[in-house]
Design a protein around this ligand. Structure first.
Ligand SMILES: [Fe+2]
Ligand SMILES: [Fe+2]
Length: 200
């Protein structure tokens, strides 16, 4: 199924969500993200959101779903924390230290690979994107302990470092983790068929 929404539609939804955040530094953060390709970056090399603007789409999808879940099951979690963690949990997939996370994967003839349109930038040191997200955010705005935790472990138990959350799950972490899984496995898969695992 083709995605009917344009990058401009997602940008409007992003702006609507962000207008509900009153945290100092957020404007400078968005300026930085704009200059470093967040709004046009793909979300993965070959899985969900592997296309221009995929990262923005994913960030909006995760946040909107996490907010819906919050209303039903976790209304004590601050709305602002859900929006900040949701919109920016993957911002480490955009540019950092002047290097994009994903670069175009062009075949010998110059055509973009259809099966794997992007490759992870080999010039970038291999820091996990969730760690980069947390570092980037704290350059611009203070984060609560809960927000840092939710961003660092949004992959839940799907990555080896996530083992530490077992028994120490928090509502914000679980909201973001579930919304992230749902968006990447279902919402976004409607637009980009997934063929196997490893979808972060
Ligand atoms: Fe992620
Ligand atoms: Fe994500």
């Amino acid at each position: 199924m083709k995605n009917m929404f344009t990058n401009a539609d997602y940008r409007k939804r992003f702006n609507d969500l962000l207008s509900r955040v009153n945290r100092g530094g957020v404007d400078n953060l968005v300026d930085y993200l704009e200059k470093n390709g967040f709004f046009v970056a793909p979300c993965s090399s070959q899985y969900h959101g592997a296309r221009e603007g995929g990262l923005l789409e994913h960030s909006v999808n995760v946040t909107e779903l996490a907010l819906k879940l919050r209303e039903v099951i976790a209304c004590d979690v601050p709305e602002e924390s859900v929006i900040i963690a949701g919109l920016f949990h993957d911002c480490g997939k955009a540019g950092y230290y002047g290097k994009q996370n994903y670069t175009e994967n062009r075949l010998k003839g110059g055509k973009l690979s259809e099966s794997k349109p992007y490759a992870t930038n080999g010039d970038r040191l291999p820091m996990p994107h969730q760690t980069v997200s947390a570092i980037l955010l704290t350059k611009f705005m203070p984060l609560t302990e809960q927000e840092v935790y939710a961003i660092l472990y949004h992959n839940g138990l799907y990555t080896p470092d996530g083992r530490v959350i077992q028994g120490k799950e928090t509502p914000l972490l679980l909201l973001i983790h579930f919304a992230d899984m749902w968006a990447s496995r279902f919402t976004e898969v409607e637009y980009t068929p997934v063929t196997d695992g490893g979808l972060f």
